[in-house]
Each structure stands twice: as C-alpha cells, then as structure tokens.
Write a protein of this length. Structure first.
Lengths: 615, 344
C-alpha cells in the first residue's frame, strides 16, 4: 500500500517503559538518527533512582523525551505528540502529560491482567473508552519481536529484550529517520556477541517493515533539516560536554587534569568519561569520600595540576571545609556541582537549582569563590573552560553549577575549532620575588589579578609553607595581627569581586519591553521559548541570562533598573531573586517551582503574560 | 646514568626561619630535631621534599621545615598528600599527623591511603591526648582516662594504631619513641627507603596534658625490661639481661612472651619484617600490656606491593605511549568522536 507522507515542522516523542526496557538507549538512538538528518534537537531523560524498581510498577517507569524540529528549538518540549508506552505503568505514568489527539503506541503484549492490576487499572484502558481522545496504535511489540527472531540463535529472553529495537525501527520508519548509525551502533555494542548484533538488527528491521506494511499506520512523517550554522555537529549531553571542557582546559593550559571524585548521581558520568582520557594525561581518582576527593584535587593543584572535583549538592556540603582551605591557600580548584533535588538525598535523578545559596555562601568565615552556571547541555563545555580559566588566572576555587536537566539532556553541538578555544597557559613562579632578590614572598600579589604566585614544589629557592592559619600579607607567615586579618579578608573578597566578567546581554528584539525576565543556568531554554511565544503574539518582553553568579556582571544593576518589572523564574524558592533584591535593591518578582522537572515554556508564557498585563 | 651528586646538606639547611612554638619540654622538639638531622641523609634537594600536615600540635611541623609544606585541615592530610603524590611522583611527600588527627577525624583517609599504598611517609605522633584543644581524651587514650571531657573517666576503648594500620593493608609499619633519636632516625631511614605507604607511630610525650605517658619506656630503670627492640633477622629477646623472649605457642593464634632461660632457642621467634601474612606483625602489635610492658619498637612489617602512584603513572604512561598526535590534535579528534554530521 502507498503511505501518505505528511510534513511537520516539529515533533515531540516520549519513549516510556520499565527501567529494564532500554528506553534511554532507544531514545538515544532515535536522537542520534534525528541529528544525522539535521533537525534541531533537545532531549529530556527522566528515570528513577532505583536501578530496577519492581517490574511493571509506576516507580519503575523510565522515559526519554526527544523534541526535534526544522527550526532552532530551546527545550525538549512541553508535551509529547507521541507516546510509546511499553507497558501499562508507562501509559499510566505519562498519560496526563499528553494533549488530546496525541498518538499513543502501546505494546499490547504487556497489557495483561496482572500488569494492569499492578498499576491499579481494573479494566484495560485499551478496551474501555478512557483513551477516546487519543489516536491509539495497539502493537504486539513483544510477540512480533520474538516471532521475527524465531530463526535466530538467541534465547527467548534475549529475543524479548530486543523489543526496544522493534519499537525504534517502527518510529524510525514513521518519522523517516536515517538508520545507518543505529546499525553501526549495534555492531559496536554487541561486538563480542555477533548473534545479538544479528538479532537486534533483525528486530529493528522488523519494526521498520511493520510500519511499512501494516494498516494501523497510514501516515508517515517528515521533518526537514533545520537551518543551522555551517560546521560539524554532534549530539551531546551536558555531562559529556562538561567532561570534554575539562579535558580541553588541560590541553589549553598545558597542565595535567586531576579529578578527585566520589560516585554520586547525577555527576558520576563525568568521572566515567574523564577516566577514559589518560592519553591526554588526565588522572582520575575515585576517592574514599567526598572530602578526600576535593582534598586530593587540592593537593594536585598545589603540585601544579588543574585540580577538579565533581559532585552533587550533598557532596559540596561535605567539601565545604576544604573549599575554604583552598580560599585561604589561594590555589586553583574547580568544583562541579551537578545539582539535584534536595535537601539530603531528596530526588537524586530529578533536577533543581537550589544549591545557589550554598555555592555563594556555604562556607565558614568570609570565603568568597567564583560561581558560574551553564545554560544548556553544549554550553557545559564552554562553562567548564571558563571555570578553569578563572581558577587558573585568579588562583581561586570556582564552583560550576550544572544541574540534572542540562547534565542528562542533550542537544546538537557545533564543534569548536581547538585553536579558537581560550589560551589558558599559566606561569609558575620560578624565582624569588622579594626586593632583596633572594626572598620568596608567597603572598605578594599580582597588582592586576590580585593573584599570588603559584610556586609548585620542585622549584629550587622557593621553598615555603602555606596553611589554613591566617597569613601575613606578602610573606605568608602565620599572623594574628588584627589589621592584617582585616586586610586579608577584604583582599580575598576583592580578588573575587574584581574578576572581570562579560556584561550581561539583554535580548529585547522589539526594544520596547517593560518587563525583563532574568534567569540563570538551565532555565535558559524554557525562558527563551516562553519569550519567543509571547513575541510571536505581538507582546514585548526582554530576556537576560546570567552565566556568572559570582562575581556578577558589572552592568547588571543598570540593566535591572531599566525595566519596570523584573521576573526571576528559578527551580528553587527564590535564591537568585533574594541576591538581586539585596544587592541591587530591585523589587524582583520570583516565579518558583521545585517539582524536580524543568519549567515548561507554556507555564512561563502564561505567567509572563499575567505580569505583562499588570505593568 | 651519572652518580647522584652529593648535596652536602646539613640539619641546619632544613630549619625554617619560623620560631618554633610548641610548649617548652614538648616531645615534638626532639622529633623535629631528629627529622631535621636525618633529612640530609636522603640526599634529596629540599625543593623536592614536601611536608603535609593536618591540625593539632604535631601538625605545626611543616612550618619549621625549610622544605615545601602545607598545614592543611583536620584529618585530611593523607587525602591532600595523595593528590600531590599521585600527580607529582618526583616528590618525596611526608605526612605529619597526631592520634586525634589521623585516628579520629581523619581515620577514613588514613586507612584508605594505607590500603592504596600511596607513596607517603606518614609520621603519627601519638601522645594519647588532645593537646591543642587543651586536654581532652583521644582515640588512643586508655579506658577510664580522666580528662576535661571525661571527668569520671573515658568509656571508650582505644585504637591500637599499628593493629589498625595492619588491618588497613599497610605495607610498612613501624614504631619508635621521641626521646630515642638514634632509633627514631633508623626507623625514618627504613621508612624513606620503602616504596609505598610507610606508617610510623612515634610515641611522643605531651608534658602539659599527659606527662609521662611513656615513661616506662624511657626510664633507665624500666625501659630495657619493657621495650622489645625488633631487629630484622634476629631472635626476639629483650630485657636487661635478655631474660625475655617472644615465642609462637603451638595451637595459639598470636605471640607470647616467655622467659628465655626456660625456652629452647629454636622456639624463639626470629624477627622477619618481610613476612607476607600480616598476622605476624599484627601479633607483634598485640604484645604490649596496659602498663606498656612488652612494647615492640622498630620495623614490624616491610613488604613489597606496587604503590598506587606507580600504578596510576604507569597507566598514564602506557596510554601516552601509543599517541603520535599533539594534544591539540587529540583533542580535536576527541571532540569530533561519536556520530557527527556536517552542515555546509
């Protein structure tokens, strides 16, 4: 039969199933195929902290949402147009997010009485009229996969497990995706077991062919490539980009990167990634605890490496004392906090921005550090380089506030030219700096950067002692002198406050906006999409986004004061708004949500429209 | 390779310009002098030596050494020193710590440094008291100790630092005493020659808050009868007239002290620090009684195991050996790895 081909400008698909159904991998592959086609993409994985919650239950549902379009997009999409539900739990957990008219592809094999009962369905939603508002495509995914693999030398269990590839094949057909990269991927993944390569490829093709031949799918869709800047792209998650940014910082500084880390969700992937790059001199140490991880990183920095530690909120709390030591020692140190919903263990696989206060203030004594935040998955690369630049140039700890949303989300990344990356080379102290020509003064500062010399062990003639006790200016000797302490505290504050950071840029295309939306970190996409939506409806709104949270851009106060209203959406209870009010005396309005999920563009648009009405 | 040049350093070269600020009569002075006196023997340039300490009286040590040094935070010196040593295998890294610093707040870092066998020389000054905070009991204080924080006596059992280190898979374990300079330096010598973690417990007198804690091991009247001076390859006998010896009783798990006269010579244990099974050194560590009778000093254990630093550096060297591209070329390749696509 001839299938109708319909053009779409954008589609949001959510793959949902049990934790063991391979939904993350399926979503990843679909994303990669979509990237090959040249669509713009944004993805949002959503999975439980439990590795395998009881099969078929609501807590065990894992999903992966991908938004792709023929224009540039900013978010993984508010609501899916298509839900692939591998079992009743996946249907039930995700149905509320679907707009009426959405397509639902269900694996009917899993809609057994037992599985339905597990999630509280008394009758099958496939049989009653509860899905009346949707376009339901019942597909016996498991049995068709097993049937397609009848001639293959694989166990029944392995055959059933290939059902995600059947689903991927079907969706790839439905949206006309190029699938060569998936076939190559399967060959790599199962290289050690050729029978599994064959089985998974066969399952994929069976899914594709099913779409081609069955009557239940009469329409095939196309989404044309987006207009993107010329260059080479890859799809990248925030954690992967951040890791590469740290590797790049090592190359561009000429220093070995030393990562001290303790496994913690959602930061562990950075440890995994960096442990692969020994060829570039990256040393990773899985420490005995969070404190040792930052301690070892600081020890490595003392020895002349780029010391880095990666963690999430609870880990930063444990590292706090050592970060204060790094403030006193004035050594470079990069602390990556991939934020998750807290307090305490909270919701380890869900996102939040509630560590801003801790990053800015969470230390004993006056212990200022630089704080920066990436705005999107690919921006994590550049943010990591910027964190390293500040740490190395100004000899200070820098906290990089990523979060679960950008860390696990992905988007296309225009690969930068290595030569265009910032030059991070540093000069170690090599000779005495005292006026007498023989004395070394470890706390004699560069008048421009206020940084002290980085004199690494092994340098003859510069033997010196540093420590957590207050130091006399210039000599670094232990000092209890009141005036010296006052001076040193103020100097440590000044050396962070005077780090030059770029001005904040305002996006106000109409030029007549009276309301400014200020964001930081991962809310960039949803805020941008909301502003775009308002502007398309003829409303004016300005957007500004902070990358540098300490120090803040010099022009920020002036920018804030030039609007009648400032709105600050945050995934916390108003931490940036609090800083802005205190620092600039601006009556900013907070819009706050802590649901463990990113903002949707639609809710921000609705909220902003209300604000616009009232100015 | 050329012969190493003799640096001709002296103890004076290792004295920093800082005024030493321990209490008069503190055992730390003797240890400092012994270490400064020993350092020239290493024939390592001062700039390649680093002392890292935590918090406590003993942890002021780095300020007084004219080498590189870091006075860090409470308990964390082994962790900080690990990062330094792993990334700078060319350095000689020493950790100075105390019983509270190493065994209480920093216990985790100590045991993990030892199990990894990081190339650190760890000197634990054990005075069985918290001195810098003015006299609270420590994790090595005896049960029932009356201190400011335990007015009716402490209720918790102490650690035996050497037993702990051995349980943590330490490859080099030794004990010495602050006042016996010659012995202290002999132990430092053995520790310095060891590849991997060397754990040295130094009994140190705090004359303010726990004066005389080790007097039995120091007083001429008692010391010879109380101290077991371990010497590799020698039968373990001790006492003013060699009247005591150490045996491994058949059927028992540990070691026991007997009278030499009543013991056949072949039953006396010959000390071997290189025994692979840590049970032997552990049994030695359990010999002392509450009154410090039968306290072995010297090197309990010294066995070979690859150091963490060495293995890590070897992995890096192996990975780098295959590389023909510049770091920039490698980075460019890395950025473009995985599925890429090009827009013209």
């Amino acid at each position: 039969m001839t299938k109708q081909i319909r053009q779409l400008d954008r589609v949001v698909i959510r793959f949902a199933g049990d934790s063991g159904d391979g939904m993350q991998l399926t979503g990843d592959r679909f994303t990669s195929e979509t990237a090959q086609l040249g669509n713009d993409i944004s993805t949002l994985p959503n999975f439980p902290a439990e590795i395998r919650a009881p099969a078929g239950t609501l807590p065990g549902v894992s999903s992966f949402q991908v938004h792709f379009a023929d224009y540039d997009i900013l978010t993984p999409g508010d609501a899916p147009n298509v839900l692939v539900a591998m079992n009743p739990a996946a249907l039930k957990a995700n149905l509320a997010d679907l707009p009426r008219g959405a397509d639902i592809i269900v694996n009917t094999d899993e809609f057994t009485r037992r599985n339905l009962a597990k999630v509280g369905y008394t009758t099958s939603p496939l049989d009653d009229d509860s899905l009346a508002g949707y376009v339901v495509h019942p597909v016996a995914l498991t049995s068709m996969t097993v049937g397609a693999l009848a001639e293959h030398e694989v166990s029944k269990k392995d055959a059933e497990r290939a059902k995600n590839m059947f689903a991927l094949g079907l969706l790839s057909w439905m949206y006309s995706r190029p699938y060569e990269s998936t076939l190559r991927f399967l060959e790599r993944k199962f290289a050690a077991r050729p029978e599994l390569v064959a089985a998974n490829v066969a399952a994929f093709r069976a899914g594709w062919n099913f779409g081609e031949t069955t009557d239940s799918f009469s329409v095939r869709y196309e989404v044309k490539p987006a207009k993107m800047l010329p260059g080479t792209y890859r799809n990248i998650t925030g954690n992967a980009a951040l890791s590469l940014g740290l590797v790049a910082a090592g190359v561009r500084s000429g220093l070995p990167v030393f990562l001290g880390a303790y496994p913690i969700t959602p930061a562990s992937d950075i440890l995994h990634e960096l442990s692969k790059h020994k060829r570039l001199g990256v040393v990773t140490m899985q420490a005995e605890d969070e404190i040792a991880a930052v301690g070892a990183a600081l020890g490595a920095s003392y020895g002349g490496a780029l010391g880095v530690t990666t963690t999430s909120g609870p880990g930063v709390a444990l590292k706090s004392e050592t970060i204060s030591l790094a403030v006193a020692l004035e050594l470079p140190l990069v602390i990556v906090d991939v934020q998750r919903a807290g307090p305490s263990t909270g919701m380890p696989t869900k996102t939040e921005q509630a560590d801003l206060n801790m990053a800015l203030y969470g230390r004993h004594g006056e212990a200022p550090v630089a704080v920066i935040a990436p705005k999107s998955p690919s921006d994590c690369f550049h943010a990591a380089l910027e964190a390293a630049r500040i740490a190395l140039t100004y000899r200070t700890p820098v906290i990089l506030l990523s979060d679960n949303y950008v860390a696990n989300g992905s988007e296309p990344w225009l690969l930068p030219d290595v030569e265009s990356l910032p030059d991070l080379r540093v000069e170690f102290a090599s000779a005495p700096n005292g006026e007498d020509g023989t004395t070394f003064l470890p706390y004699l500062r560069d008048p421009e950067t206020l940084a002290r010399p980085w004199a690494v062990p092994g340098t003859p003639g510069l033997e010196h002692r540093i420590g957590g006790l207050e130091k006399a200016d210039r000599t670094g000797d232990i000092s209890y002198d009141p005036a010296n302490h006052d001076f040193m505290v103020r100097t440590r504050a000044a050396r962070i406050e005077t780090i030059p950071v770029p001005d904040v840029e305002v996006d106000d295309p109409d030029g007549d906006a009276r309301v400014l939306v200020l964001g930081w970190g991962s809310t960039y996409g949803p805020i941008g999409a909301a502003c775009r939506g308002l502007r398309q409806r003829g409303l004016s709104v300005a957007q500004a986004h902070l990358r540098h949270l300490a120090p803040m851009p010099a022009n920020l106060g002036e920018v804030l004061r030039s609007y009648e209203r400032v709105v600050i959406p945050e995934m916390n209870l108003g931490q940036l708004a609090h800083v802005v009010r205190a620092k600039y005396l601006v009556d900013a309005i907070g819009y706050n949500q802590v649901r463990g999920l990113p903002f949707t563009a639609a809710e921000l648009e609705t909220m902003l429209e209300e604000v616009l009405k009232n100015v | 390779m050329s012969e190493p040049v003799a640096l001709k350093l002296t103890a004076k070269d290792f004295k920093s310009d800082q005024e030493v600020r321990w209490c008069p009569g503190c055992g730390d002075y003797a240890i400092l002098a012994a270490v400064q006196g020993f350092m020239p023997e290493l024939n390592i340039p001062r700039e390649n030596i680093v002392f890292v300490s935590g918090i406590g009286c003993s942890s002021r040590f780095p300020y007084y050494m004219n080498t590189y040094g870091m006075h860090s935070i409470h308990g964390r010196a082994p962790a900080i020193a690990t990062g330094l040593s792993v990334s700078r295998p060319d350095l000689s890294v020493w950790v100075v710590t105390g019983d509270g610093d190493a065994l209480s707040i920093g216990g985790n870092h100590l045991i993990h440094a030892l199990r990894r066998n990081v190339n650190l020389k760890i000197l634990l000054f054990n005075n069985r008291i918290y001195g810098l905070t003015k006299g609270q009991y420590s994790p090595t204080s005896e049960v029932g100790k009356i201190t400011k924080s335990t007015p009716v006596g402490s209720a918790d059992a102490p650690f035996n630092p050497l037993s702990l280190a051995l349980g943590a898979e330490a490859t080099f374990v030794a004990r010495t005493i602050d006042s016996d300079r010659k012995h202290l330096q002999s132990v430092l010598r053995a520790a310095a020659q060891h590849e991997g973690s060397a754990f040295v417990e130094i009994y140190q007198n705090c004359n303010i808050f726990n004066d005389g804690a080790f007097d039995q091991l120091k007083e001429p009247a008692t010391r010879d009868d109380f101290l077991i001076r371990l010497e590799h390859g020698q039968p373990i006998t001790f006492g003013s007239d060699g009247q005591f010896c150490v045996v491994h009783p058949p059927g028992g798990f540990g070691l026991e002290v007997r009278e030499t006269a009543a013991t056949p010579a072949e039953e006396i244990v010959v000390h071997d620090a290189t025994v692979t099974d840590p049970a032997y050194a552990f049994a030695l560590s359990r010999l002392p009684g509450l009154d410090l009778r039968n306290t072995p000093i010297g090197v309990f254990r010294s066995v070979d195991r690859p150091s963490y630093d060495g293995v890590v550096q070897e992995q890096v060297a192996t990975a780098k050996a295959k590389v023909t591209e510049t770091p920039e070329q490698q980075l460019a390749g890395l950025l473009a790895s995985g599925d890429t696509w090009t827009i013209l």
